[in-house]
Each structure stands twice: as C-alpha cells, then as structure tokens.
Design a protein around this ligand. Structure first.
Ligand SMILES: CC(=O)SCCNC(=O)CCNC(=O)[C@H](O)C(C)(C)COP(=O)(O)OP(=O)(O)OC[C@H]1O[C@@H](n2cnc3c(N)ncnc32)[C@H](O)[C@@H]1OP(=O)(O)O
Length: 418
C-alpha cells in the first residue's frame, strides 16, 4: 500500500480540487467548473474544512459549520453541523473518514459546542463515532381524490388568509418567520442568508437545475405572516380527460397550528392535483390526520434523519427542560473517544429546568454517548433502549423515570437537509 495521505485543513488554493473530490465522492460529476467552485466557495470556513491529499491530489473531504439547535423547552445550543464527508472510492476503508472525524470532534469540543450533528448518508456509518439518530422523518404521498376532504374549501374562515407570494417577498419574510418557527420546533437549526438565497433562486449551482417554486404565505387575522409553503407542480396529464398533476412540497413551515392547517388545506385543494408529495416531515406531522381518510396518506419514507453526538453532557442536558420533575437521575455515559463520557447527576425541578454536573454518586442508568444522542431531543424511549439491552438500569424504575423526564409531547423535527 502507498504511504498514508496527509489529512489537513484546506488552503484557498485547494478549494477547486476539494470541490472536485467531493463531487466525485458523491457521484455527482468527475470534474467541476470554475463557476460551480465559485458558487460553493462562500459555504466554506477553511479552518473547518478538511481534506486528505495523496500526492497533492484531494481524495477525501469533510467540513463543519456553526449552527444553533433548538432543544426541548425552546433554548438553542451551539452545534457543530458536519457535512460533505466523502472519501474517493480508491481510498476508502483506510481510516480517512475516521481521522477527519476525530479532528473535527476534538475541535468542536475545544470550541465549546454542546453537540455535533449530521444527516447520515447511510445508517451504519456514524454510530461508531458516538452519534445516534435524534430525529426521524416521514414523507407522505397523499392520494388527493381519496383524502375525503371537502373540495369546496375556499380559504380559512378564522380571519386568516392565504396568498401567493413572489420569491423576493419570501426572502423578506422568510427568515423572521423561520426564527419564530425554529424557537417552537425541537430539532430545528438556523438557516443562513445563503440558504434563503439558494432556496429562492438568487444563488444557483450549475450542477443543480433550478425550477422556480410557487410560494404561498398564511397571514393571521392581524395580517402577520405566520406560515409559508413553497412547492412545484409536475406537468399535467389528461388520461381519459381527467386532470392529473403531482405537487411536491419543498418546505412548509408554520408558527401556529392554524397556519399549518390552512397551508395543507390550500395544497390539498389545488384543482387538477391528484398527488401531493409532502417532503420530509416530522413522523407526527398533522398532515395525515387532517384528511377525512388518513389512509389516503401513504408513507413513502420513514427513516432516521438528524444524528446527534453529545460533546458536553452537562451543558447539553442543562440546556433543555424535562417533564415530571422534580427528579434526580445519575447517568453513566460511556464514550470510547474520551470526549464526553463520565458520570453525571441530572436534577430537575417542577418547572422543568435542570442542573447537570459530574458526580461520584452511584449510577441509575448506564448508556453510550450515542444512545444519549438518541434520547437528547426527546424522540427515543429509554424504556425501549433498556429492552434492547442498550441502556442498563441499576436502580429499579430508572429507565421509566428517564422516559418521563426525557420524552417530549411532540416529536423533534429537523426540517432542513444540511
Ligand atoms: C454527513 C455526511 O456527509 S453523510 C455522507 C457520507 N458520505 C458518503 O456516503 C459518500 C460515499 N462514501 C464515502 O465517501 C466513504 O465510504 C465514507 C465517508 C462513508 C467512509 O469513509 P472511509 O474512509 O472508508 O471510512 P473509514 O475507513 O474511516 O471507516 C471507518 C469504519 O467505518 C466503516 N464504514 C465506513 N463506511 C461505511 C458504510 N458506508 N457502511 C458501513 N460501514 C462503513 C468501515 O468499515 C470502518 O469500520 P472498522 O472501523 O470496523 O474497520
């Protein structure tokens, strides 16, 4: 075997080769034009962008970005969001991804990030690095004619209204609305100006063909924008003279159930539309139960989505709120990488607030840092993990106590691919 490639942060002069390597690793294209490199360049913080170089050529890519992650109770914790992890096929399974991951996690820990997050391309990759699936997604396809909804729907009847909106206005209203939605959505992350420019066509990548979406906003009775949906429609077909159009939702965010309901009703009442593709939603999204016949919403995808790795257990656990307090629980967290493990006392009060600090008291529960990642946003059940043998109970009923404390009434949801 040839000598081991050099793993390091990239310099400005490496960027084009790094983008080419990432494009190769993701099977996008073997070469990348200057225009595409320039379009992607604002995304990279070079101090957080790593590459592996073999004889001067980039063969592996990895970068991370600062994000704020909403946790139960509405606080946002500093998160290191990992993306663009790729190793060229000729260099796989030699530990390159592991070396870049170790360097990035150590830097995130050093910076004081509470957690690292990522969207896993494949389930088996990231558990070994201490990540566990913290949010899941469901995509539905609604057979609209079978949805048993009144097709005479003509807009909200509670004083709200639904209006189509040009994309310039989406850029104006979207960020403020998203901040409100994010504060009430456990698992959501902040969106950058770049995100809004990409999603509204102001910035484009040559490799990604652009279709301008329709945008529709919901305003409450006071006229304030409190919901936004963007969507595209397929070409229409007329089999047997019956109109047939698919609508694909790109995003649907809402700051109230009324806005969310009105936007789904609008989409489900579009004339000619026979199929509505929801895109990635929380598994307990309102959508199926808004239908007269929820079976008309067929689950197209149900899968893990955002994976989370605790880096600072006391900071992460004391940032969120808990149900059923006051309570105390000692967690023994195992972390093979030596970044976040230890024994911690979690104490919650009746308001849901918590303190968490290292302790020498005996443990109630033992679990891996990856399984703490599964529990952190409230999605997974400690009782279920105990049944699987992944959480060990040392005091009777401790898993059940943890279940009451950690789980949330609604499931966490990260609306964005990153
Ligand atoms: C957040 C994101 O960016 S997700 C995108 C991830 N990228 C992709 O899926 C693109 C295609 N795949 C790749 O580029 C590479 O295969 C990667 C990045 C997934 C892995 O890179 P490698 O350098 O081969 O990983 P590395 O050699 O460090 O492997 C470490 C361990 O993970 C295992 N592993 C790596 N990838 C996979 C996989 N896809 N499925 C199962 N196990 C895997 C290896 O077998 C190895 O196991 P071991 O420690 O028991 O020997």
């Amino acid at each position: 075997m040839s000598e081991s490639p050099e793993v390091r942060t990239v310099a400005e002069s490496d960027v084009a080769d790094w983008v080419r390597a990432m494009s190769t690793g993701f099977h996008l294209a073997p070469s990348v034009g200057d225009e595409e490199v320039a379009a992607r360049r604002p995304l990279f913080d070079l101090s957080r962008t790593q590459g592996a170089f073999d004889r001067g050529r980039c063969v592996a890519t990895f970068r991370s970005m600062p994000r704020r992650l909403t946790v139960p109770g509405g606080a946002a914790v500093p998160a290191s969001a990992i993306t663009n992890v790729s190793v060229t096929a000729t260099h796989r399974r030699r530990g390159l991804a592991s070396r870049m991951m170790a360097a990035d996690l150590a830097a995130a820990k050093e910076r004081g990030d509470a957690v690292s997050i990522l969207v896993a391309a494949e389930y088996p990759i990231y558990g070994r690095y201490g990540f566990g699936p913290a949010t899941w997604v469901t995509d539905w396809e609604v057979d609209v004619p079978r949805a048993a909804l009144d097709r005479r729907w003509a807009g909200p009847t509670d004083g709200g209204r639904v209006d189509l909106m040009p994309l310039e206005e989406v850029r104006e209203f979207g960020p403020g609305l998203h901040d409100r939605v994010r504060a009430r959505t456990v698992g959501a992350i902040d969106r950058t100006p770049f995100w809004w420019e990409m999603s509204t066509g102001q910035r484009r990548f040559a490799s990604q063909p652009w279709t301008e979406p329709f945008a529709v906003a919901h305003r409450d009775a006071t006229g304030r924008v409190d919901g936004l949906a963007t969507y595209t429609a397929s070409e229409e077909h007329w089999p047997g003279k019956l109109p047939k159009v698919d609508v694909s939702v790109r995003q649907l965010i809402a700051a109230s159930p009324a806005a969310e309901t009105a936007l789904w009703r609008y989409l489900l009442s579009l004339d000619w539309v026979t199929l509505l593709k929801s895109g990635h939603r929380a598994p307990d999204d309102l959508l199926p139960l808004l239908l007269g016949d929820p079976r008309a919403a067929r689950t197209e995808t149900h899968a893990d989505f955002m994976w989370l790795r605790p880096l600072d257990v006391p900071a992460a656990l004391s940032a969120r709120t808990y149900a059923g307090g006051p309570a105390a629980l000692v967690l023994d967290v195992h972390d093979a990488a030596g970044l976040a493990g230890g024994r911690f006392l979690l104490e919650t009060d009746a308001s849901g607030a918590a303190a968490c600090a290292p302790t020498t008291a005996s443990a109630d529960l033992t679990l891996s840092v990856a399984d703490l990642g599964c529990l952190y946003l409230g999605d997974e059940s400690p009782v279920r993990l105990a049944a699987l043998g992944r959480v060990s109970e040392h005091s009777s009923g401790a898993a059940r106590t943890a279940d009451v404390l950690f789980r949330t009434p609604r499931r966490p949801w990260c609306p964005d691919v990153f």
